[in-house]
Design a protein around this ligand. Structure first.
Ligand code: ASP
Length: 357
C-alpha cells in the first residue's frame, strides 16, 4: 500500500498518493483470513473444479487486506451437501476458532443454491464473535463477467475487518452484506440473486470501505445454546407446502416415515386446508413437532396457532401445539427445528427457541 505523506508546507510537495486512507482505519495490518472451500459454481471450471488455493490465486489484491490461508473442506455442488457435512463443518470451524486466536475471520465458499441454509446452520452452531463470511458466484470461472473473483475479494475484506465482529454469519455477494437469518436466493440466474427482503442488507462493500447499517437482533454464533460437538446426525424434519386442495396424507406419511418434525410453508400468515389442519392435529398427538411458516416470502407467522393446550397421554411428551416459525423461511425453519429437537423438552420449548433465534 502506498502511503500518503504530507511534508511541511514550506517544502511545497507531497509524496506518493494512496487511495486507501479510510481502509487503513478499518483493517489491521496483517489480518489473517482462512478461505474454506466447499465447491459450487464459484469453482466450477469445465476442466475440473477449482481448489481453494486456485480460487485465492485469482485475487492477488486480497494480500492488501489479509494474510490468506486456504483449506479444502469439499468440492461439491451445494445441492449435494448433507446435514452430516454441516455437522462436520461446524465442528471444524469451532475447533479452528478455538485453536487459532490469531485468526481474524473465515470465508466459506459455497454453491449458491442452498447457501442460505448452510449460512443459517453455521450462524446457529459456530461459537465465535469473529466473522464467518459465506460467498458464492452466479457465473462459473470461464463465463464472461465471472463474479466469483470480485465476490471472493469482497468476502476476504469483510472477514478481515474488525467492524464485522459480532454480526453472526454473513453472506457477501454482489457488493452486499446479508445477515444469514434474512438472506434468500430470489432468482435462478441473475447476478443480483440474493436479497434480505424488507429487513434489508446489513451493509455494503464499497470500493473505498465497508459500510454497515445494522446488526442482527436475534441470538447467534457466540450466544448460541446449540452444541453440535458430539452429534453425528440430526432428527429428521420434512418440509411440506400448503396450496389449494392440499390433502393431509403427506403430513401423516411424514410421521409414519419417522419424521420428528414437520415444517409447513403455509399460505398467508399460517393458513392451510382443513385436511392439512386435521392431519397436523393427528401428528402432534403422536409427538411430532409441527412448525408453521409462511410461503409468501416475507413477514411473521403470529403465535396464535390453535391447539395451545397439550393433549393428554404419553404420546404428547413434545407438547400439543403448533409452533410459529416466526419470520424464518421454511428452509431455515427446518434448520432451526432439527437443532431444537436435539434439546427442547416440548413444543413450548421449541416455540421459545423460534422466538429467540
Ligand atoms: N449448482 C451450483 C451450486 O452448487 C449453483 C451455484 O453455485 O450458483 O449451488
Amino acid at each position: 500500500m502506498r502511503l500518503r505523506c504530507w511534508l511541511p508546507a514550506a517544502a511545497g510537495i507531497w509524496l506518493a498518493a494512496a487511495p486507501a486512507v479510510v481502509e487503513s482505519a478499518q483493517f489491521r495490518p496483517r489480518a489473517t483470513v482462512r478461505v474454506v472451500a466447499t465447491g459450487g459454481t464459484i469453482a466450477n471450471h469445465p476442466d475440473g473444479r477449482l481448489t481453494a488455493r486456485e480460487l485465492t490465486d485469482l485475487i492477488p489484491a486480497a494480500g492488501r487486506y489479509a494474510e490468506v490461508e486456504t483449506e479444502q473442506f469439499a468440492n461439491l455442488p451445494s445441492s449435494s451437501l448433507t446435514v452430516e457435512h454441516w455437522l462436520a463443518l461446524a465442528r471444524r470451524l469451532n475447533r479452528l476458532f478455538s485453536a487459532r486466536r490469531d485468526l481474524d475471520g473465515v470465508v466459506l465458499t459455497s454453491g449458491t443454491d442452498t447457501l442460505e441454509e448452510t449460512a443459517y446452520f453455521l450462524h446457529l452452531t459456530v461459537r465465535t464473535d469473529r466473522p464467518i463470511v459465506v460467498v458464492g458466484a452466479m457465473r462459473p470461472p470461464t463465463a464472461p463477467g465471472y463474479d466469483g473473483a470480485a465476490n471472493l475479494l469482497d468476502a476476504v475484506r469483510v472477514a478481515a475487518s474488525p467492524t464485522s465482529r459480532n454480526r453472526g454469519v454473513v453472506v457477501v455477494v454482489n457488493g452486499e452484506i446479508h445477515a444469514a437469518r434474512d438472506v434468500r436466493k430470489v432468482h435462478a440466474q441473475r447476478l443480483d440473486s440474493f436479497d434480505s427482503g424488507r429487513n434489508g442488507v446489513l451493509g455494503v462493500v464499497d470500493a473505498d470501505r465497508i459500510e454497515y447499517y445494522r446488526r442482527p437482533t436475534r441470538r447467534h454464533t457466540h450466544r448460541t445454546e446449540f452444541d453440535v460437538a458430539g452429534l453425528l446426525r440430526l432428527p429428521r424434519v420434512v418440509l411440506l407446502t400448503s396450496y389449494v386442495g392440499a390433502s393431509g396424507d403427506l403430513i401423516r406419511a411424514a410421521r409414519d416415515l419417522g419424521a420428528a418434525g414437520v415444517v409447513v410453508a403455509a399460505a398467508g400468515a399460517g393458513a392451510m386446508t382443513p385436511a392439512q389442519a386435521d392431519a397436523i392435529d393427528d401428528v402432534i398427538d403422536d409427538g411430532v413437532v409441527v412448525v408453521i411458516t409462511t410461503r409468501t416470502g416475507g413477514g411473521r407467522v403470529p403465535a396464535r396457532l390453535r391447539r395451545v393446550a397439550p393433549p393428554a397421554g404419553p404420546a404428547s411428551s413434545r407438547g400439543g401445539r403448533r409452533v410459529s416459525g416466526e419470520s424464518l423461511s421454511a428452509v431455515k425453519a427446518r434448520v432451526l427445528l432439527m437443532l431444537a429437537l436435539t434439546t427442547a423438552r416440548d413444543g413450548a420449548d421449541v416455540q421459545r427457541l423460534f422466538t429467540m433465534y
